[in-house]
Write a new protein. Structure first.
Length: 72
């Protein structure tokens, strides 16, 4: 179970400026938290473009944060 999302979608959902989202997500990729995926597909079999998704390390960090704060 994983999700890949583009910068524009992250910016829209978070309310953050697109340039801040881009810098932050790329920084997270350098730290091994996110990974770039090219040529993704929807569950229905349609092309979905490219984007970033959490790595297993990222999922572990998210789970740990959720357990610690009750938030994700």
């Amino acid at each position: 179970d994983f999700c890949v999302i583009g910068f524009k979608a992250v910016a829209k959902r978070s309310g953050l400026a697109p340039n801040l989202v881009r810098r932050t997500v790329r920084n997270m990729a350098r730290k091994g938290v996110t990974e770039f995926f090219r040529g993704t597909w929807t569950d229905d079999g349609y092309p979905a473009g490219s984007g970033y998704g959490l790595t297993s390390h990222g999922f572990d960090l998210l789970h740990s944060l959720h357990e610690t704060t009750g938030e994700a």
